[in-house]
Design a protein around this ligand. Structure first.
Ligand SMILES: Nc1ncnc2c1ncn2[C@@H]1O[C@H](COP(=O)(O)OP(=O)(O)OP(=O)(O)O)[C@@H](O)[C@H]1O
Length: 256
């Protein structure tokens, strides 16, 4: 569905110095596939998502969806950032429906769908609350509902649980999988957590330090529905170890 073909991206800093963020990145993501991206800080993971979202142009290569080059944001793509980025003055329901109102895509059943989505995310009864009345985890759930209400074919998630505590993070991962199972859009999910990547993804793309290149693609052959109980399985450990070895090299192997 989405194809990255020999993508390179070099930024020019304020001082004029060139920063090569990505080099020769190629990958395909199929319809309904869940792909996680892991790699050292600064290796270009967010840049890759922003390229897919049509927010920045590539310096070389092409990103295409269904064969047509992505040059600007598209209605079929939605993005969730690390911070919930909700409108502070709008209540939960208005926040969730905001992008559709902005794109003039409101349908007669939009509000009902938004309420149903919020209920699935455990937010029934909070529709009229303001963001500041919600916990960080609840705010992030609102941001995820906002993205899902757009019924995207491609969901881009940039460390969406990065600011949450460990327990909320686990709970949110399982909830995301539930919502994804019901809708099956393609997901490109950036995370710093190796267990989170293995738990969620069909494939984990491992990137080298900057300039980011793909050093491995790990297929996760764990049955769905997934749960953290699978963390003890050989397959989970195999995937996690293989990813860790790429990121930490022999250090991890020695410590094990
Ligand atoms: N607009 C920009 N102008 C200049 N340099 C940039 C810009 N955006 C990103 N970079 C640089 O490109 C590199 C990759 O950044 P990016 O945010 O994509 O990495 P990342 O892997 O997502 O990092 P992290 O895991 O820390 O969020 C970094 O060195 C960053 O400083």
């Amino acid at each position: 569905m989405i194809r990255f073909e020999r993508i390179g991206k070099t930024f020019r800093g304020r001082d004029g110095a060139a920063v090569e963020a990505l080099r020769d990145v190629s990958m395909d993501i199929g319809e309904g596939e869940f792909v996680a991206i892991v790699g050292a800080s600064g290796c270009g993971k967010s840049t890759l998502l922003r390229l897919a979202a049509g927010l920045v142009p590539a310096s070389g290569g092409t990103v295409s969806i269904d064969g047509s080059a992505v040059t600007s944001p598209r209605a079929e793509t939605a993005m969730v950032f690390q911070a919930a980025t909700l409108l502070p003055w709008a209540d939960v329901l208005r926040n969730v429906t905001f992008p559709l109102r902005l794109m003039k895509r409101v349908a007669p059943d939009t509000e009902d769908k938004a309420r149903a989505l919020l209920a699935t995310a455990g937010l029934a009864g909070f529709e009229s609350r303001l963001p500041r009345e919600l916990s960080g985890g609840m705010q992030q759930r609102v941001a995820i509902c906002r993205a899902l209400l757009q019924e995207p074919r491609l969901l881009l998630m940039d460390e969406p649980f990065g600011a949450l505590d460990a327990l909320t993070r686990e709970e949110m991962s399982i909830e995301l999988l539930r919502l994804w199972a019901a809708r099956r859009m393609a997901v490109l999910f950036v995370t710093h957590s190796i267990p989170e990547a293995v738990l969620l993804a069909d494939r984990v793309v491992v990137m080298s330090p900057r300039p980011g290149r793909i050093v491995d693609v790990v297929e996760v052959n764990l049955p769905r529905p997934r749960s953290f109980d699978q963390e003890g399985t050989d397959e989970f450990q195999r995937c996690a170890r293989r990813i860790r070895d790429h990121i930490f090299g022999n250090r991890a192997a020695r410590a094990a």
